[in-house]
Ligand binder design. Sequence first.
Ligand SMILES: [Zn+2]
Length: 232
Amino acid sequence: MHDEAHEGTLGSRLNWLRAAVLGANDGIVSTAGLVVGVAGATDDRSALLTAGLAGLLAGSMSMAAGEYVSVSTQLDSEKAALALERRELREQPDAELEELTELLEQRGLTREVAREAAEQLTERDALKAHARVELGIDPDDLTNPWHAAWASFLSFTVGALLPLLAIVLPPAAWRLGVTVLSVLAALVLTGWLSARLGSANPGRAVLRNVGGGALAMGVTYAAGVLLGAAGA
Ligand SMILES: [Zn+2]
């Protein structure tokens, strides 16, 4: 059981890390697209700052709200599953003991050992045993929607700060070059990290990620130039 708990913790930590990297990636791409688009239309630094800051806040809050809603929904269904489990344990303990025995058998224990283990687990903490083996959740460590929302908010913000600073800090002539290069370099890093954390091929992930970011900036820049030229 110790090994399993350890694996579960490591797995969920990697998931968090991966979510943070993807959140930062979103912040980079969407804010870069926004500020590069505005830079296509105007040289005005305060317009760039306003657009970038508004994009940062809108994006990070929208990510946080979305994450809050989705994790809350997950939490509701985990709580409902635990409540059902609790009721089944109360109303039909024998059937539940048999169920736990069979689940442990499926994991490779012999019938006798599985029975013995199921009895011990049931004696110690029946609900916890069923939650872990049957539902794959730890009733003492349910996902917290607020943590998830904060993590999204922070990771998006960290990502968004890069294009925002890159577009407002350098002199006007350097603005676009600095932004495009630093964004593409950051996308190499986030693409590589998220692939490594998800055990996928880093080369292809990096190419897709950089390609997506370049496309986003190219499209918004073209739109900004057209609108700027039209005097909008
Ligand atoms: Zn059960």
